[in-house]
Design a protein. Structure first.
Length: 460
């Protein structure tokens, strides 16, 4: 189970356990560090990590104003592509100097939003969804297998009324549904969902985020089937403007580590919440299907579930199945992106899956990510083989070297989430699964898996 309530203990990561990740991409080192190019009028687009590209996109949205028509991350070139309406050369030059690749398009953000509003007012049909696709500069409308006959005719006519260059329509073989189920992970009232991310509630108490449709269905949740409740729903939204719930642990002394269990005793430290970017590589962990990966395909998606309409979601091609609801979507460098909401298909045939943005959920419930320190539980020392590449003595959870504050509490060989360089406490200067983190790694050799009071955690 991801993020279950657990004793504070050492995460045992044997050298052979990396196979448990399934998604091999998670094991690869991320060498796509941001590069500050030389400042000149040509200003070639910078090579960026997806998280940095998302930050740059937010900045350029403010800079370009009405000329901004969305953006996406080109994973092949590792560049941010920004859509610009009009031929204001000064704005184009500014966007290029900021590090983006610029593409001139026809449809403005205002026009796309107006088209989405038309779909909402005229074609809110269960089994339909739509999101802006900045790669085509159009709205991508999807209808599941239940949209037939008059429903399909209405949807098709509405899309056609928007104009030929405004939207596209696609059929999905599956059925749009939320991914709650009876079974494993967090349990309540005969239902099963997945824990998303541990957080600290506004009053300082330990809590976690999960899907809103899980929270409105069941008030109390357990970490074992038919077990005693360990957490109670504090706030839940579904349907409407999101699909998220804040669930507070009943015991105020509960350990709430800021990480994601990816199987085989391995955890990925979660450092902070971040906005999604179209084209961004993401990973999803759920109690039914485990670890899956894919890319973000749309933002600000509207989904018309049988239970009602949900807005403001992230659309992806990452698979999910019943029981995965509420599970965490994150990046290789430890950014919390989304909570699994629902979609169509499964992990055999694929399909569309929608996620609640973590940033929106945190703001709505007044919580902060993790146990109050965005990814660290104290100081730690040690080394072992983990996820990504380390500096110096071996491989760790990303690249790291130096001294300072660490992730984890404890000492001794085999401590930590990977092999690192140096002794003592490491600060900044490192990656967590390929991204930047503040963490401490010391010692040499592979982890033995001995539990020694480390602040890093292993989950079951």
């Amino acid at each position: 189970m991801s993020h279950k309530r657990i004793p504070k203990r050492k995460a045992a990561i044997a050298a052979g356990s990396v196979a448990a990740l399934g998604a091999a991409a998670l094991l690869l080192p991320n060498a796509n560090a941001s590069q500050d190019g030389a400042e000149d009028t040509a200003a070639a687009a910078k090579t960026l990590k997806a998280g940095d590209a998302s930050d740059l996109a937010s900045q350029l949205a403010g800079l370009l104003g009405d000329a901004f028509a969305g953006s996406y991350y080109d994973a092949d070139s590792q560049q941010l592509v920004v859509n610009v309406v009009g031929d204001n050369n000064q704005l184009i030059v500014q966007a290029k100097k900021a590090g983006a690749a610029v593409r001139q398009v026809d449809n403005s953000t205002a026009e796309l939003k107006s088209a989405a509003q038309t779909l909402k007012s005229e074609a809110t049909i269960p089994g339909t969804a739509w999101a802006v696709d900045p790669r085509t500069n159009k709205i991508r409308v999807t209808a599941d297998s239940t949209v037939t006959g008059e429903k399909w005719d209405t949807l098709e006519a509405t899309v056609e009324s928007l104009g030929s260059g405004m939207a596209t329509i696609h059929k999905s073989a599956g059925t749009f549904k939320t991914f709650a189920s009876g079974g494993d992970a967090i349990f309540g009232g005969g239902s099963r969902c997945s824990l998303g991310f541990n957080v600290t509630a506004g009053d300082g108490s330990p809590a976690f985020l999960t899907a809103g449709h899980c929270g409105v269905a069941v008030a109390e949740w357990s970490d074992a089937q038919n077990g005693a409740p360990i957490a109670t729903v504090d706030q839940a939204v579904f349907p409407g403007q999101g699909d998220f719930a804040l669930v507070k642990y009943n015991d105020p002394a509960t350990e709430a580590p800021s990480d994601v269990n990816v199987g085989g005793g391995q955890t990925v430290p979660i450092l902070q919440a971040a906005e999604a970017a179209v084209g961004q590589e993401v990973f999803r962990m759920g109690s039914t299907t485990g670890l899956a990966d894919g890319t973000v395909t749309g933002l600000d998606a509207t989904v018309n579930y049988p239970e009602g309409t949900v807005t403001g979601l992230i659309q992806t091609n990452v698979c999910a199945e019943p029981g995965d609801s509420g599970g965490s979507m994150f990046t290789r460098d430890g950014l919390a992106i989304g909570l699994t909401s629902g979609g169509s298909g499964d992990c055999t045939v694929g399909g569309e899956t929608f996620f609640q943005p973590v940033t929106t959920a945190l703001a709505a419930v007044g919580a902060t990510l993790g146990a109050g320190d965005a990814g660290g539980a104290g100081e730690g020392a040690g080394a072992g083989e983990g996820v990504g590449e380390g500096a110096g003595a071996g491989e760790g959870v990303g690249e790291g070297a130096g001294e300072g504050e660490g992730v984890g509490d404890g000492a001794g060989t085999g401590d930590g989430v990977g092999e690192g360089a140096g002794a003592g406490e490491q600060a900044g200067g490192g990656d967590a699964v390929g991204g930047e983190r503040a963490g401490e790694e010391a010692g040499v050799g592979d982890q033995s898996g001995a539990e020694d009071g480390s602040g890093l955690t292993g989950t079951n």
